[in-house]
Design a binder for this molecule. Structure first.
Ligand SMILES: [Zn+2]
Length: 124
């Protein structure tokens, strides 16, 4: 079996995609990691984005950062799945404030923007 890609590699890809497709505007402090034990069931979900808020404050406190986890299942599916999943999660980071439903209109518009710009070319 091929060696698993590292968290460090994944974070570098995040930073590269940020520069290439988001004008470098997504937060650089986003925690980007692989997840070996992604929650069941396996329903085709390969990634997750969470927010970090200032500790000791009530819910609704300002977001101070984001965390992206990518399932190892995505890696086993191939590089295209990894990159599409990462872009999917990055669209969540970008649209978080304006999107109450995670895959609502604002997020869909962001995915369409990425597709039109060519971010998914050669990935599907
Ligand atoms: Zn999503």
């Amino acid at each position: 079996m091929a060696a698993q890609l590292t968290d460090r590699w994944l974070r570098k890809e995040y930073l590269k995609l940020n520069r290439r497709w988001f004008d470098g505007k997504l937060p650089r402090n986003t925690v980007v990691k692989w997840c070996d034990s992604f929650p069941k069931p396996d329903n085709g979900v390969y990634g997750r984005t969470v927010t970090y808020r200032a500790s000791g404050t009530k819910p609704g406190a300002p977001i101070i950062g984001f965390g992206i986890t990518i399932s190892r299942r995505a890696e086993r599916s191939g590089m295209a799945t990894v990159m599409v999943t990462l872009l999917h999660e990055m669209a969540h980071v970008k649209t978080w404030r304006s999107s109450r439903a995670p895959h609502g209109r604002v997020w869909v518009m962001e995915m369409r923007r990425l597709a039109a710009a060519g971010a998914f070319d050669k990935l599907w």
